[in-house]
Ligand binder design. Structure first.
Ligand SMILES: Nc1ncnc2c1ncn2[C@@H]1O[C@H](COP(=O)(O)OP(=O)(O)OP(=O)(O)O)[C@@H](O)[C@H]1O
Ligand SMILES: [Mg+2]
Length: 350
């Protein structure tokens, strides 16, 4: 169940009987599904059509599961055809600052599963422990994992009287994830292109973040539409890229680095995750995926290595339990690596 199903249902409603050539979906200016509440903003093509359009929306969506309450509002003006996004690197768009946020930092990677979300969460918490005001935004709309990592699986988003989304608070940071908007944990998300864009920008601009020193953003893996949308619409202070020291991961992280540079987002540095394993008995370090590969890559791309994080089974276990390692084991080698990275990020951004 997603906004796509709702739009599909609205698409099927002809407005010929009202003398309009558009279908109902084409009148939609904005649409938001928060939990079971659907807010629809429609263009009003003619005065006096409010009631009939409202009724048509309600009828069209009566069979759509998960929509319990429908609020229809109207906007003046004509429906617009959405323009295709400009090609990469072309400054045909205006980037906005997120109000109240000093530094917006994206955490990206080329490959999936290298520990991006783990790094984003622990980096945010480490910055908070250093005394900064911090927020964490889960921009991985395809596979949000921040709710699990921070033990916020049952959290649902609320909207305040100013119509702003209120982030959750956990372990001293503000947190928002698309996971908070879904009826249940296993709801698949199928967003239409323009909807995706809307949801993402809404996530930044329509949120009661307050004043923050850092907003850390967990991106989906790769160099897809989410990255581009954000890069084109939002002023970011910079990005950190996460990799593991394997050839397959490094090949992809090169693409991610090039993408950030192409869209003029400075790459603050690279974080090497799962870099080595410390034998608990002997304290000896084992470089499971090989040593020195990340350094070679960083040198070739003129990048700083912000830190190397060892593999530690505790990280995975505590993450699954909703307690990130810098909270559960602040004195561990892994946590110390995260604090070091946080200091460098803060230092790099001034
Ligand atoms: N240093 C580490 N030591 C041990 N396990 C780790 C470490 N870093 C991450 N993990 C584990 O690896 C798995 C993948 O991590 P995570 O979800 O953070 O990756 P990701 O890059 O965000 O993945 P995706 O591409 O799916 O978003 C998780 O189970 C996590 O707990
Ligand atoms: Mg992730």
């Amino acid at each position: 169940m997603a906004v796509k199903d709702i739009m599909d249902a609205l698409k099927g409603v002809s407005l010929e009987d009202l003398g309009l050539k558009e279908n109902l979906a084409q009148l939609v200016k904005d649409i938001k599904l928060i939990g079971n509440d659907l807010n629809v903003l429609l263009y009003l093509p003619k005065a006096g059509l409010e009631d009939v359009l409202k009724r048509k929306v309600e009828e069209a969506l009566s069979g759509v599961p998960d929509v319990k309450r429908i609020d229809v509002k109207f906007a003046q003006g004509a429906p617009q055809q959405s323009a295709p996004p400009p090609p990469m690197g072309q400054p045909a768009f205006t980037k906005r600052n997120v109000p109240g946020i000093k530094h917006l930092v994206a955490v990206g990677s080329g490959k999936g599963g290298v520990g991006k979300s783990t790094v984003a969460a622990n980096l945010a918490l480490s910055l908070a422990k250093l005394g900064y005001k911090v927020g964490l935004l889960d921009a991985d709309i395809y596979g949000p994992s921040i709710p699990t990592i921070l033990g916020l699986k049952n959290e649902r988003a609320t909207v305040n009287e100013r119509n702003k989304i209120v982030p959750a608070e956990k372990y001293g940071i503000k947190v928002l994830s698309i996971g908070f908007m879904l009826p249940s944990e296993d709801t698949p998300i199928i967003w239409r292109g323009p909807m995706l864009m809307k949801a993402l920008t809404q996530f930044l601009f329509d949120v009661e973040w307050g004043e923050l020193d850092f907003l850390i953003m967990d991106l989906p893996p790769g160099t897809g539409d989410v990255q581009l949308t954000l890069a084109q619409n939002v002023n970011m202070s910079g990005a950190v890229v996460v990799t593991t020291p394997q050839d397959v991961a490094l090949a992809d992280v090169k693409k991610a680095t090039s993408m950030f540079r192409e869209v003029q987002i400075p790459v603050i540095g690279v974080i090497e995750n799962m870099a080595y394993f410390v034998c608990p008995d002997s304290g000896k370090k084992f470089y499971i995926f090989g040593k020195g590969k990340t350094a070679e890559f960083a040198a070739a791309y003129n990048l700083k290595i912000l830190g190397s994080i060892p593999i530690d089974p505790e990280v995975a276990q505590k993450s699954d339990e909703g307690v990130p390692v810098v909270v559960s084991h602040p004195d561990s080698e892994v946590a110390r690596a995260f604090f070091g990275i946080a200091k460098l990020v803060a230092q790099e951004l001034g």
